[in-house]
Write a protein that binds this ligand. Structure first.
Ligand code: PEP
Length: 248
């Protein structure tokens, strides 16, 4: 079974002082022994977060990366730069990137490859919209997004993935998937991974994301195929984030 992972996605929120507070609190916290914790902070805070988290068990992640390795791409940030600043994880394919920044499956695959090229572990985000769920297309959409990446990678690269199922209708809406809905999709993802290799299915951490909070985390994390959580809003409040970590 994969080690549970609770990853906080700050999105375009936070501050230097919040980074310092999280470093202190995570350093002091008595976290469950079998738990990985990560914080995905905005680019400008990575350096400070690497220092602030160094006294804790939390690892550092970024929220996206360029599809290019280097060069004349004004405003972009490469995977190599993220590594240099201390990140070991990076979100790829978050629904906000897919919808607001037009990152389609091909763009997601390139970014996953860029991450792997420099030794960053990608957290690949998958999820259907409400219209797709209502049309009973959730599984087809999510597995399609997954296939677009799996089929573009070598077997050893697939083993580096973390996968986050994040129904778009549950992100930032306060409306979470029921434990049964989340479990059903996680089981489908696990089966698709198993069609490539049983060992891949057994070792890949599958996170749920979408309005996971202190009061609903335990029942989601108790599902057999939910190995952790990707937490947005609740990852900005240290008490809420620590409470979710304690539920894992
Ligand atoms: C996210 O953006 O990855 C997320 C899960 O957000 P929230 O927890 O706020 O729904």
């Amino acid at each position: 079974m994969p080690t549970p992972l609770i990853a906080g996605n700050w999105k375009m929120n936070g501050s230097r002082s919040l980074v310092e507070s999280f470093g202190q609190a995570l350093g002091d916290a008595a976290l469950p022994s079998q738990l990985d914790v990560a914080l995905m902070v905005p680019f400008p805070y990575l350096d400070a977060a690497a220092r602030a988290l160094s006294g804790s068990r939390a690892t550092l992640g970024a929220q996206t990366l360029s599809d290019q390795a280097s060069g004349a791409y004004t405003g972009e940030v490469s995977g190599e730069m993220l590594r240099e600043l201390g990140a070991s994880l990076v979100l790829v394919g978050h629904s906000e990137r897919r919808t607001l920044f037009n990152e389609d499956d091909a763009a997601v695959l390139v970014r996953v490859q860029r991450a792997l090229d420099v030794g960053l572990r990608p957290i690949l985000c998958l999820g259907e919209t409400l219209a797709e769920r209502d049309a009973e297309r959730s599984e087809a959409v999510v597995l399609g997004q997954l296939d677009a990446v799996l089929n573009g990678l070598e077997p050893d690269q697939r083993q580096q993935l973390v996968i986050a199922y994040e129904p778009v209708w549950a992100i930032g809406t306060g409306r979470t998937a029921s434990p049964e809905q989340a479990q059903a999709m996680h089981a489908a993802i696990r089966r698709r991974l198993a069609s490539h290799a049983e060992a891949l299915a057994a070792a890949t951490p599958l996170l749920y994301g979408g309005s996971m909070k202190a009061d609903n985390a335990a029942e989601l994390l108790a599902q057999p195929d939910i190995d952790g959580g990707l937490i947005g809003g609740a990852s900005l409040k240290i008490d809420d984030f620590l409470a979710i970590c304690q539920s894992a």
